[in-house]
Write a protein that binds this ligand. Sequence first.
Ligand code: SF4
Length: 431
Amino acid sequence: MDATAKFELFASYMNLEPAEEHTPVQPVAASSNTLREAPAPYNTTRPGSAYARAPCGSSPAELRQAVDAASSPLKSSSSDAKKRALGISYAAMPGGKHMAMLKTLLTSACERDCFYCPFRAGRDFRRATFKPDEMARAFMGLHRTSAAEGLFLSSGIAGGGVRTQDQLIDTADILRHKLNYRGYLHLKIMPGADRAQVERSMQLANRVSINLEAPNAARLTRLAPHKNFFDELLRPLQWVEDIRSTQSAHAGWNGHWPSTVTQLVVGGADESDVEIMSISAELYKRLHLARVYYSAFHPVSNTPLENRPAEKPMREFRLYQSSFLLRDYGFDLEDLPFTQNGNLPLEVDPKIAWAQINLSESPVEVNKADKQALLRIPGVGPKGVNEILTARRKGKLCNLRDLQKIGVIASRAAPFILLDGRRPSQQLNLW
Ligand code: SF4
């Protein structure tokens, strides 16, 4: 099988995880699996795929996108459809740029048997494997024609985590040092990789990731009973942070240590949102992850969880919103509006739910509040806060139109603010 056929085979079996700065989209309704593009939650930049599962970094919604693209010439050119069929999709990067990213695997063979994963050992489907040199050269063929600008490389586990990680590192080494590839590289770290391999991966990649899959060890046993939560998954994430905080970044690629991300499957193990947000808060605070991805569970045929119902896309969306509140808005776990069963309400934005409890009777004076207080106002993001602080130096903000002009979602903010001592809610009716 040639390299193109292998890329197509992987893309057609996998829904690649929502890598890079994937922006979740708001589902139409909590009970629906149909999605539409909607304003991104908080400070994200562009809607993207909301589906993803995390079989060591691989998955299947790209196929659906490829099929959609191929059958809808108005939406996408045929060259885009061809790219998607190979597993190339547009990833939104920090700063808002978009990059054509090849998301692929060294091998779709795997000796593990995670319950949710289409690649699990013993599942009957056609598999393929690249050698490191073959992968590196095939990717460079796409890169030289500008079909793929960046590479997200993962793998099933064949011959143990250490051996598989060696193959990933060999591929990255060939790309960087033989083929002079200087572009974006997201490298997966395999369960079972050792510390020296983690460090070597960090010297070659712009981003590394290890998927925790579940919020704690007890939940992981229900998804992947042969993965060890602490030794194989959490410890490598801790090594990444340890290396990054104790060693000079000169050793990293281009003088920078890579960022780190992880992913959790949502709804596969009866875990609660408070469990998911607890580990997310720790990962942001202690290990400085750039992003925690959430992937609503979808059953895969011929796996032990094939009869489990799919998780609601709205749950995934609310988790992303809450995650951004923890990461970018100064919220603590205790601020999130969990219900008695430990879940987030599906019907309301968590920032609005917090504001309804805390700001309805104590609105924030926009002309005096500090940065942290401004960030708590619904409709105001980090960029909006900076705009407000800049505008305040020039004069008072006296009405909703002033806020609207500087990018605040005034209708959302109105019930929770004062403008020069007055509640502005009534002004909305005038628009
Ligand atoms: S280790 Fe588990 S999640 Fe990863 S590819 Fe293998 S079966 Fe899938």
